[in-house]
Design a protein around this ligand. Structure first.
Ligand SMILES: [Zn+2]
Length: 45
């Protein structure tokens, strides 16, 4: 389902994100630890 595999450099958690979640995560940060993520943290798959 996820369009991107996201790896958070702060907490090390990996999760899948679709486009909507990717935008929200870039705006609000990691859903686990709230660290700021850059577009580079998202790998399309
Ligand atoms: Zn995190």
């Amino acid at each position: 389902m996820g369009e991107y595999l996201t790896s958070c450099p702060a907490c090390g958690r990996e999760f899948e994100a679709d486009e909507e979640m990717r935008v929200a995560t870039l705006e609000y940060g990691c859903p686990i630890c709230a660290a700021t993520l850059t577009p580079a943290a998202f790998t399309p798959h």
